[in-house]
Design a protein around this ligand. Structure first.
Ligand SMILES: Cc1cc2nc3c(=O)[nH]c(=O)nc-3n(C[C@H](O)[C@H](O)[C@H](O)COP(=O)(O)OP(=O)(O)OC[C@H]3O[C@@H](n4cnc5c(N)ncnc54)[C@H](O)[C@@H]3O)c2cc1C
Length: 422
């Protein structure tokens, strides 16, 4: 192998479903290319490739299980897999930086605090969206995560009445998990629409979710907004708030001892309030000017082409995958992971094209995402919206992984092992 004067620098910004998907594909397509590689040992060193994975955390977090994890501690403790437990990520071509990204420009990523600039030849944006903690997870290490989870769980255990504000998929699942695990507590879901889980879903799906909440005994206050909360006891710590302008997930939105007043004048006393209102995009961090009249960001994320390159002629070297991009109306972990794999493969093709002297690379295209949704409402109820139909709860629950895909997600990060080419 001819050694280049400077290695090809690839940055992966964000290392969860999408970012790890990209990292694995780059590993298998650019590092594990030796003919005897079989996934049982580390790929050989490749001094021509340098991949820097930047994430504010030291590991993968399985968000899908977050609401169950808050109500069932033993399950919650398993949701974090440190990068150090993934031997393939210890390959000498990988550099893992546990840092907060403060801005992304066309040729470098800047780190918060030090303002260090990491230059790149290729970039994968996989920073997701921001949700306030505890759902958005403020922790940056596994120990911190477990400590926070234990703290929030203790608050849940000691509360008699809990209000969840926001009846999107996350709020609806949280209300159902809490009522399933703590049937003696009063759980109330406040939601501004007439049915939960707004979005492009069938009436039967949304009504089905409302029926299950009712069956579980969750009080539902639909078509109502929270207009006042008194008194407010904010649990966020000043230490965690340092970079909260960049990362709203650092702010713990849980409130204690609140009287909630709704838009229809109802007062609800809550020992605990969880805020599950919408997610925020990462737009403020992305300093990539559009070269056309169309802004780079839509309300649904940064614009990408089907190759997952940014949809702008100035940025063929920048890809965006998962929740941060506008590829899908409804954001899913599986789509983030497969988008990451596709972006990784396409970067490998671009790198190969350059090393074979500028033969234009043919890039793979992602398929338009399907609209389907699984809603897991506690351990006994679920709903699935497929293409134009709804799978009822008694059938749907058997089609959902009882561990909410935790095992599958951990396997796909290749903890303790090495990825093979797909
Ligand atoms: C409670 C909950 C339940 C869900 N349930 C489901 C479900 O059942 N099925 C499903 O398919 N999807 C579900 N989702 C959605 C799913 O989790 C997302 O679609 C998925 O996480 C998107 O993956 P991603 O890699 O794009 O982003 P993320 O998983 O959000 O990863 C982004 C990464 O970027 C890092 N990062 C972000 N900003 C910065 C920064 N400034 N500096 C450094 N690092 C940064 C983060 O630490 C994180 O590691 C759920 C989400 C939540 C919150």
């Amino acid at each position: 192998m001819a050694v280049l004067n400077t290695p090809i620098r690839i940055i992966i910004a964000g290392g969860n479903y999408g970012g790890l998907g990209a990292a694995k594909a780059i590993y298998t397509h650019l590092l594990a290319t030796n003919s005897d590689y079989d996934g049982t040992k580390q790929a050989p060193p490749n001094p021509n490739i340098q991949i820097t994975l930047v994430d504010r955390r030291d590991g993968f977090v399985h968000y899908l299980g977050m609401t169950r994890g808050l109500s069932q501690l033993d399950y919650g403790r398993k949701l974090w897999a440190p990068y150090s437990s993934m031997p393939w990520l210890q390959h000498p071509s990988f550099i893992i930086r546990k840092e907060i990204i403060s801005q992304v420009t066309p040729h470098f990523v800047e780190l918060a605090g030090s303002q260090e600039r990491l230059e790149f030849d290729y970039l994968v944006l996989a920073m997701g969206v921001s949700r306030q903690a505890p759902i958005g997870v403020s922790a940056s290490t596994k120990d911190e995560f477990i400590r926070d989870l234990e703290y929030d769980h203790a608050l849940i255990k000691s509360a008699e009445s809990i209000v969840v504000v926001g009846g999107g998929a996350v709020g609806t699942e949280l209300a159902a998990d809490l009522k399933t695990d703590f049937p003696e507590k009063t759980i109330t879901l406040v939601h501004s629409r007439d049915l939960p889980v707004p979005g492009p879903f069938l009436y039967e799906f949304r009504q089905g979710a409302a029926d299950i909440l009712c069956k579980l005994g969750v009080n539902t206050l639909f078509s109502q907004r929270v207009v006042n909360e008194t008194p407010v006891d904010d649990l966020g710590s000043s230490e965690a708030l340092e970079f909260s302008d960049i990362l709203p997930e650092l702010v713990n939105s849980v409130k204690r001892n609140v009287v909630i007043e709704t838009s229809s004048g109802e007062n609800v006393k809550a020992d605990l309030v969880f805020n599950c209102l919408g997610a925020k995009t990462k737009e403020t961090l992305i300093k990539l000017p559009s070269s056309t009249a169309e802004p780079m960001f839509t309300p649904n994320g940064i614009r990408v082409k089907s190759s997952l390159q940014l949809d702008d002629p100035n940025y063929p070297h920048i890809f965006a995958v998962g929740d941060i991009c506008n590829r899908a109306q409804i954001k899913f972990a599986g789509a983030a992971a497969s988008g990451g794999r596709l972006a990784g493969k396409n970067i490998a093709r671009l790198v190969a094209a350059v090393s074979t002297e500028n033969i234009a690379a043919e890039l793979e295209e992602s398929r338009p995402p399907k609209l389907s949704m699984k809603l897991i409402l506690g351990e006994k109820h679920a709903l699935i919206q497929g293409k134009g139909h709804v799978v009822p709860s008694d059938e749907a629950i058997h089609k959902c992984a009882p561990d909410i895909k935790l095992g599958k997600a951990i396997r796909s990060t290749f903890v303790g092992t090495y990825p093979v080419n797909k």
